[in-house]
Design a protein around this ligand. Structure first.
Ligand SMILES: [Zn+2]
Length: 192
């Protein structure tokens, strides 16, 4: 460890290798971005601490952020990435060996799958959103003709209407019964 050198063989003060577990990355959007970048430009690992660098152009690399570094290592540990062969890369004015971070085919497939899940509007199966039919509402509904509020209002209105109709019928029957009773009384009075 005393003989530790920097990326490209220059002696440096001893540094602790990444012994402590890196914190897990739970932000799926971030993981997805790292996966995308790995399939596009690609990452390499440099030095005893396996620091993560990204390929910029050709053999030129640059250091990634701490978050990306942790995420790449997590993806290697969980077998989403594999470590490939050694290549010469350039960093500033130095040249030295680095190992490629490979993206296996199954990882690429999973990535495409996630990307399609995140963009449900790109699939055929989704019902296009429509506006609530109530005038002046404009709330988008995915099923039915009315938003929840207006659907409830309509239902209440229909029930009230039905209750009113029943009440009218009841009153009408009562009035008719009274009229019939009145007629009977008149007929009886006439007979007297
Ligand atoms: Zn509405």
């Amino acid at each position: 460890m005393n003989a530790e050198t920097d990326l490209f063989g220059n002696p440096v003060a001893p540094l602790q290798p990444h012994k402590e577990p890196r914190p897990p990355v739970n932000d799926m959007e971030f993981v997805e971005r790292v996966l995308s970048e790995a399939t596009a430009a690609g990452f390499v690992l440099i030095g005893i601490r396996e620091d993560v660098y990204r390929r910029v152009t050709g053999d030129v690399v640059e250091k990634v952020s701490v978050d990306v570094d942790a995420c790449v290592h997590q993806l290697i540990e969980t077998k989403w990435f594999e470590i490939g062969g050694s290549h010469q890369v350039r960093y500033d004015r130095y040249t030295g060996p680095a190992r490629s971070v490979l993206v296996p085919r199954k990882t690429k497939q999973a990535l495409y799958h996630w990307q399609s899940l995140h963009k449900p509007w790109s699939t055929e199966s989704r019902t296009p959103a429509r506006s609530c039919h109530a005038s002046g509402c404009g709330v988008q509904v995915s099923s039915g003709d009315f938003c929840d509020r207006h659907a409830t209002e309509r239902l209440n209105r229909m029930q009230a209407e039905r209750r009113r109709t029943a009440e009218v019928d009841r009153l009408a029957n009562k009035i008719n019964a009274n009229l019939r009773a009145g007629d009977r009384n008149k007929r009886q009075n006439r007979r007297r």
